[in-house]
Write a protein that binds this ligand. Structure first.
Ligand code: FAD
Length: 460
């Protein structure tokens, strides 16, 4: 589809004068740091980065971008694998200063600035023994994960992050600041729950909080054989929904807590989160422990926010491929082990998340995330230090997807990279895509917000 051409006039001086927040342009101190995103191999040079101070600032940037026909990048935590949080020559709306957090402990809700990371939010709400389910990585931005859907540690118990989204303050492509909720702008509210940045910039989110204090959780590391992988998935399916698991099958890295004789061998790291009655935890985890002699067993009673404590990850380049399925077919575990052995990437993993529970009790058409009837999420990733390895990484993740029976019925936008329209379309199955395109025409007919997994406005 044709996008409007970019104008040569960059409104840097005008914006600097009218923003309450900081504007960082080429030549300014800190520019090189400010243009960085999580995946360090992404090296783009925006015309300016606006560290906005609130929704009014966002509206000003949106207005200037419209006038000058500049590309707009929206960044919360900067973890987009495609690098959608930065731009070559465009304006970056950097939300990282929006760290407000207003907790209503009695009402179990919070208004949250979208500059908070998942870890910052969880640690802060954890002080009041409250939590909203987010993903497995503390540095991910609460803005990006929520608008993608949010599959994480509490998914089977409480659903996706969007199932706890009660309202959002959104700056639309017209520069209007609106509240989207079931009562106000319900179509917009539907669309942003999975539609990412296509419909506007979320500056604050109202999230439901759940009472979560002591949990039984942490890492269970098992030797990965086909039987263990199959057994793990069966145990995760059979477990009560108070248990959510995220299992990573990989070759053991040379980490100090992994015995040396396991280094380089296939392992399965189960990240376990059990939020049910404490006296039942032992019995719930027992079937996993019984699969094989654990290489490391760190599953223990802990405070929920401890799941987010630990070293920050760093990644240079990554190839990824993900899909939803009903199950892993019987040849799947062997295929994973063979393909892991054949990859030359520095680090590669297949992540398996058994879904169900609260996630599947929400109707598929209630939000723009529409994979609720699928039981398993498969995410394949390869990471490397040299961009020259990208082609091999891309081929590896695609080939393993094929070997696992990936059938094109769709993946999760949160883990997609820079994909073709067919892949993005498949991420919004059934009638979701057409409804999103109709709403895109209503809320962003000129496709100002196009630096994303783009939903083109419906024609006509
Ligand atoms: C190491 C790692 C672990 C992850 N683990 C999980 C996981 O366990 N569960 C899960 O569900 N996902 C997970 N993800 C995927 C992650 O949720 C998405 O990539 C998410 O979009 C990242 O959000 P961000 O704000 O950090 O990134 P950004 O790059 O800032 O934003 C990502 C996208 O969302 C848009 N966006 C961000 N904030 C806003 C906003 N406030 N308003 C409008 N649009 C916005 C951006 O424009 C961009 O298109 C993981 C990603 C990584 C890299």
């Amino acid at each position: 589809m044709a996008f409007p051409e970019q104008s040569q006039d960059t409104p840097v001086d005008e914006l600097r004068a009218e923003l309450a927040g900081e504007l960082i342009a080429p030549g300014d101190p800190g520019y090189d740091e400010a243009r960085q995103v999580f995946f360090k191999g992404i090296d783009r040079r925006p015309a300016a980065i606006a560290r906005v101070a609130g929704a009014d600032d966002v509206a000003r940037v949106v207005g200037r971008a419209r006038e000058s026909r500049l590309e707009v990048a929206v960044r919360s935590g900067g973890h987009s694998r495609a690098g959608y949080g930065t731009s070559d020559g465009g304006l970056v709306i950097d939300l990282s200063e929006l760290k407000s957090l207003d907790i209503d402990a009695d009402g179990r809700t919070a208004w949250v600035g979208t500059g908070l990371t998942a870890g910052e939010y969880t640690i802060a709400t954890g002080k009041q023994a409250l939590a909203t389910g987010l993903g497995d990585t503390g540095s991910v931005g609460i803005g990006g994960i929520t608008l993608a859907g949010g599959i994480g540690f509490l998914t089977r118990k409480n659903g996706l992050t969007i199932d706890d989204l009660l309202a959002a303050e959104v700056v639309t492509a017209d520069g209007d600041v609106v509240t989207a909720s079931e009562e106000s702008e319900p179509d917009l509210f539907w669309a942003i729950r999975g539609g990412e940045s296509n419909f506007g910039v979320a500056t604050r989110l109202r999230l439901r909080l759940h009472q979560v204090s002591e949990i039984v959780g942490g890492m269970l590391m098992l030797p990965a054989t086909a039987e263990v992988i199959t057994g793990f998935l069966e145990a995760a399916e059979a477990a009560p929904e108070e248990l959510s698991t995220i299992a990573n099958v990989m070759l053991a890295p040379p980490m100090p807590f992994i015995p040396e004789d396991a280094h380089g061998k296939p392992i399965m790291i189960g990240l376990m989160t059990y939020v049910g009655p404490a006296d039942e935890a032992e019995g719930v985890i027992a079937p996993f422990r019984a699969l094989a002699e654990p290489i490391a067993d760190m599953v223990r009673p802990m405070r929920y926010p401890e799941l987010y404590e630990g070293p920050e990850q760093e990644a240079r380049y990554a190839s990824g491929n993900n899909f939803f399925a009903d199950s892993l077919d019987s040849a799947g575990p062997e295929a994973i082990l063979e393909w892991l052995a054949n990859s030359t990437s520095m680090m590669k993993a297949v992540q398996l998340r058994v879904l169900g529970g609260a996630l599947e009790r929400v109707p598929n058409d209630a939000t723009a995330f529409a994979h609720r009837d699928r039981r398993l999420f498969v995410n394949i990733a390869a990471m490397y230090m040299d961009g020259a390895e990208k082609a091999a990484g891309d081929a590896w993740v695609a080939g393993l997807g094929d070997a696992l029976g990936q059938d094109g019925s769709g993946g999760y936008v949160g883990f997609l990279g820079n994909e073709d329209e067919a892949t993005i379309r498949a991420a919004y199955p059934g009638r979701t895509w057409d409804r999103l395109r109709d709403l895109k025409r209503r809320y962003d007919p000129d496709n100002l917000f196009r630096l994303n997994h783009n939903i083109p406005p419906a024609e006509g």
